[in-house]
Design a protein around this ligand. Structure first.
Ligand code: TYD
Ligand code: MG
Length: 465
């Protein structure tokens, strides 16, 4: 085998790896984000062993692979009992609670509320489990003040201010918590890596050490990671492959709400979101978020329409807005915030080919209110309706809701959980729903007070507006 290179180069924004330095990352296009990473001989492993060796007996300690191979069916599965975090919304995102020995990365912009969320969580957890909170960014006093202000139960919460991974592991071995929080990974360092905290090397080694530690001891570890556009802090992207779950805490346009979304989960689905409200008393979970992103203004304006998207296992009602305006310059603009821009281009072509409506000389802007991101195709129908409404300047009633997918031949296709979406719309007081024919209930045109209009193709949609 060729001798291994002693260094490599990693983009601190997207985690792409290169064998030599370059000014721009070819993968994400960012400039000056490539950093040299020293490949030392597993300092992370040594940090863990150093910490671990300080505690003499370590029972239940399974060694790493010792060259043995066995049948998958014979691998012993320890009964993993998930710990509820105390917040249903948090558990939902994690896939049903905290898995012992798992490593969860909580990413987010500074100020998103990561420290607040984890502090509240450990305080809640401390009633039933042993928890250890390591703060590397804030002083003990700052954390204590915040806990006091939020009136959290703190008597059982163990806390330390520390930035050395070696010390953290040693302390954790003494304390033997079930849950360890490290806030944040970007200020941590492994002792024998001579690289500044926050550099890709340190962040990787620190996370690797904590991951090994978690796997060996069964302690669940939460890492906080800041997402930064510039600066020398490594973005959590470089960590994503080594943790079990990567969760992003995001503040939408509406700063009151925070959504927690899982981007990687080895123990559950990734499509669930959790919704919290940031108040002066900390984060509050919103157990039934279906209608929080709806704009309940009385005034009707052209170009706006409610839709029901499916988030994981539950419906979420959101408002779509479109603005179609004659283009001032030769090149008409297409901008979509919260929906897929390529999908918008496709829908505009379908609208032209199959309904004869030409928007080539118009600027088209689409926005999802509340900073929600819509993936999937169920917003096609409301998008076209909102576009047409703005184009023709005919408002659509506030009590109308629509969903459905549009195919390339102009046909309207059903989406999953149609009846549940209709049910939620009815519950929230909508009076009219425009839905794909195959999503409409058979033999009846009303669900409660909700009148259901079934459509089969894009021409029928155009006729409706
Ligand atoms: P914080 O948890 O410190 O963010 P992070 O750790 O992700 O950087 O949260 C800081 C923000 O939250 C700050 O902008 C103020 C706001 N906040 C409240 O509005 N109410 C509160 O009770 C708390 C604790 C924070
Ligand atoms: Mg913080």
């Amino acid at each position: 085998m060729a001798p291994r290179a002693k260094t490599m180069f990693v983009c601190n924004q997207c985690g792409a790896e290169y064998s030599r330095w370059q000014g721009q990352c070819r993968q994400c296009g960012e400039w000056n984000t490539i950093e040299e990473v020293k490949l030392s001989n597993q300092p992370a492993e040594r940090a863990v062993s150093r910490g671990v060796s300080r505690v003499a007996s370590l029972s239940g300690f399974a060694g790493m692979a010792d060259g043995k191979v066995e049948n998958l069916s014979e691998v012993k599965i320890a009964q993993t009992v998930r710990m509820p975090s105390g917040y249903g919304e948090f558990d939902r995102v994690l896939g049903g609670g905290i898995v012992p020995g798992s490593v969860v990365l909580i990413g987010g912009n500074p100020g998103a509320g990561k420290s607040t969320l984890l502090l509240q969580t450990v305080c809640k957890l401390s009633a039933t489990t042993k928890v250890l909170y390591i703060t590397g960014e804030e002083s003990l006093e700052q954390v204590a003040l915040r806990a006091q202000r939020l009136a959290l139960p703190t008597s059982q919460v163990r806390i330390g201010a520390e930035t050395s991974i070696d010390n953290i592991i040693a302390v954790a071995m003494q304390e033997q918590p079930s849950v360890l929080v490290v806030d944040s990974i970007q200020v941590m360092h492994v002792n024998d890596v001579d690289s500044a905290p926050g550099s890709v090397t340190q962040v990787r080694e620190s996370a690797a050490a904590l991951t090994q530690f978690a796997k060996r001891t069964g302690i669940a570890v939460f890492l906080v990671g800041h997402v930064t556009k510039e600066g020398s802090l490594a973005g959590p992207k470089v960590l994503e492959h080594c943790v079990d779950c990567s969760v992003l805490l995001e503040a939408g346009n509406d700063m009151r709400f925070r959504t927690l979304r899982c981007h990687k989960n080895r123990f559950g689905a990734v499509n669930e979101i959790g919704v919290f409200a940031m108040t002066d008393k900390g984060l509050h979970e919103i157990k039934n978020p279906s209608a929080i992103f709806l704009n309940r203004q009385e005034k009707v304006a052209p170009g706006s329409l409610a839709t029901c998207v499916w988030e994981g296992t539950r419906p979420l009602l959101v408002e779509l807005q479109c603005l179609v305006d004659i283009s001032q310059y030769g090149n008409p603009r297409r901008l979509s915030l919260g929906t897929d821009a390529n999908r918008l281009s496709m829908l505009l072509s379908v609208l032209h080919r199959h309904a004869g409506i030409q928007l080539a000389d118009q600027d088209v802007f689409v926005n999802v209110v509340g900073g929600v991101k819509i993936d999937g195709t169920s917003a096609d129908v409301p998008l076209i309706l909102a576009l047409l409404s703005s184009f023709t300047e005919r408002p659509i009633s506030r009590t109308t809701i629509a969903f459905g997918e549009i195919g390339l031949t102009g046909e309207i296709r059903p989406v999953q959980s149609g009846l549940e979406r209709l049910g939620e719309a009815e519950k929230q007081g909508f009076l009219r729903a425009i839905v794909p024919f195959d999503n409409a209930p058979r033999n009846k045109s009303k669900i409660g007070n909700l009148e259901v209009i079934a459509v089969k193709n894009i021409q029928e949609l155009v006729e409706l507006v």
